[in-house]
Design a protein around this ligand. Sequence first.
Ligand SMILES: *[C@@H]1O[C@H](CO)[C@@H](O)[C@H](O)[C@H]1NC(C)=O
Ligand SMILES: *[C@@H]1O[C@H](CO)[C@@H](O)[C@H](O)[C@H]1NC(C)=O
Length: 137
Amino acid sequence: MLTGRNPAAMCVAEAPSSNSSTTLFGVVFVMDDPLTVSPDNTLKVIGRAQGVYTSASQKDVSLLIVFNFFFTEGKYNGSMLSVLRRNAPLEDLRELPILGGSGLFRFAQGYAHARTHYLDIVTGDAIVKYDVYVLHY
Ligand SMILES: *[C@@H]1O[C@H](CO)[C@@H](O)[C@H](O)[C@H]1NC(C)=O
Ligand SMILES: *[C@@H]1O[C@H](CO)[C@@H](O)[C@H](O)[C@H]1NC(C)=O
């Protein structure tokens, strides 16, 4: 969520030319989004999706995203999964590589499928559903 009293993503840097770019090339956001069990049950928070993303294309709307799924509940409390991704937010289904993890997710490898569940074009507020598949020890 970008709006509200406590926005979960905010712009922290930009190039002098970013505002005149149609893709906002060079803008950097930092995010701290709640992670819930499902997109329809947004009350049960089980962790955070924390990281940065930047507009990394001069031609298309395309982001470079680096973030962790950091879990705060149950046996996965304190464990995390790390994601690195080129993301075109307007694509229906995005595949994100899981590069590694820590805690119970040590040696993790896999991928996540991301789908936009809800998007308010005007404010940029969104709910994204992640289906995560990982192998770990
Ligand atoms: C870009 O536009 C935003 C919103 O209008 C403004 O706050 C910001 O200062 C502008 N940045 C530059 C580098 O011109
Ligand atoms: C998760 O771990 C932290 C740090 O050890 C602890 O403070 C917290 O109470 C734990 N949360 C749950 C839900 O077990």
